[in-house]
Each structure stands twice: as structure tokens, then as C-alpha cells.
Design a protein around this ligand. Structure first.
Ligand SMILES: [Zn+2]
Length: 166
């Protein structure tokens, strides 16, 4: 079976950025996803389209086809007040450069922010995706391809081994 929209490929892969391995899935514990529904970055899906079990891949994905370009507007200075707990105390332990904190937008959406700099009055945070602006190098192999079940399409995720257990 070939990888097309609404199939579930299982793939092993290694993701490298600037020659450094950032992420991996082994043949024994491959990545499973519903293809063609926007679960994966566009470039990854485009490259896998039409491949079948046993096919290997070696792709370089540009930021446009990956996690997008870095947005300078997504780097913001947040006043220290934002980090006060219910007692009005700033938790300085979590305010460490490089830490990634779950934050909430005014509209309630969750986002991850990486601390760039901790000042006396403010904390500089970067809300860009860690891989924004990066060229992504994926190598790997297609292990298996099957049809997604109606239930999986309905839930929007994969069931069974490598997926949701419920
Ligand atoms: Zn489900």
C-alpha cells in the first residue's frame, strides 16, 4: 500500500539540524501518524506521499515547508509580575535562561516560551517554535502502511501500538 491521504504510515526516522541529532524513532518503536490531515509538517508529508513499506527517505526541508520562519515579533519582554504565583512571589527557580515554560495567551491558547534573558524588571522570552527558521534533515524508512480506521479519522489520532490506547 502506498502512503496517501488517510493512510497510517509507520516510519523510523532521524532528524538532524546542523548535523546534530535532535529527534529519532527506531524501527522497533516507529512514528505512526494519519497522513494528509496536517498532523505533520507539510514538507515531511509531501516527501512521504506515494512511498511504501521498505522505501527509505533522505529529505531536507526548508523552514517554509517546516516550522516556518522565525518571527521577531514572537520575542517579547514580559514583566516579572507575569511570573508571580498566587502569593505574589516570583518563582525565580524557573526563571533560568534556556528554560522552556508553558504559558497562556490572553485568548487562552497554550504556548511554549523559551527564556532568553532574565533581567531585573523583565524576562525576555521567545515564543517561536524551537525549529522555526531551521532546515530540517530527515532520514529514515517506511516500515508499514495501512488504512486509517473510521474511528481514527474521527478522533484525529492513531490507535493501537504507537498511538492512543483507549
Ligand atoms: Zn481515539
Amino acid at each position: 500500500m502506498k502512503i496517501t491521504t488517510n493512510t497510517v504510515p509507520s516510519v523510523s526516522y532521524t532528524l538532524k539540524v546542523d548535523g546534530q541529532v535532535l529527534d529519532q524513532a527506531s524501527k522497533e518503536q516507529p512514528l505512526l501518524f494519519i497522513h494528509g490531515v496536517g498532523m505533520m509538517i507539510p514538507g515531511f508529508e509531501k516527501e512521504l506521499e506515494g512511498k511504501q513499506a521498505g522505501d527509505t527517505f533522505d529529505m531536507v526541508i526548508s523552514p517554509e515547508e517546516g516550522y516556518g520562519e522565525r518571527d521577531p515579533q514572537a520575542v517579547v519582554d514580559l514583566p516579572l509580575d507575569v511570573f508571580k504565583d498566587e502569593q505574589g512571589v516570583v518563582n525565580t527557580e524557573m526563571l533560568v535562561e534556556g528554560n522552556v515554560l508553558p504559558m497562556q495567551h490572553q485568548d487562552g491558547t497554550q504556548l511554549q516560551g523559551r527564556i532568553l534573558e532574565v533581567g531585573d524588571q523583565a524576562v525576555k522570552m521567545d515564543f517561536n517554535h524551537m525549529l522555526a527558521g531551521q532546515e530540517l534533515h530527515f532520514t529514515g524508512e517506511v516500515i508499514e502502511v495501512r488504512e486509517a480506521t473510521a474511528e481514527e479519522l474521527d478522533h484525529g489520532h492513531v490507535h493501537g501500538p504507537g498511538g492512543h490506547q483507549h
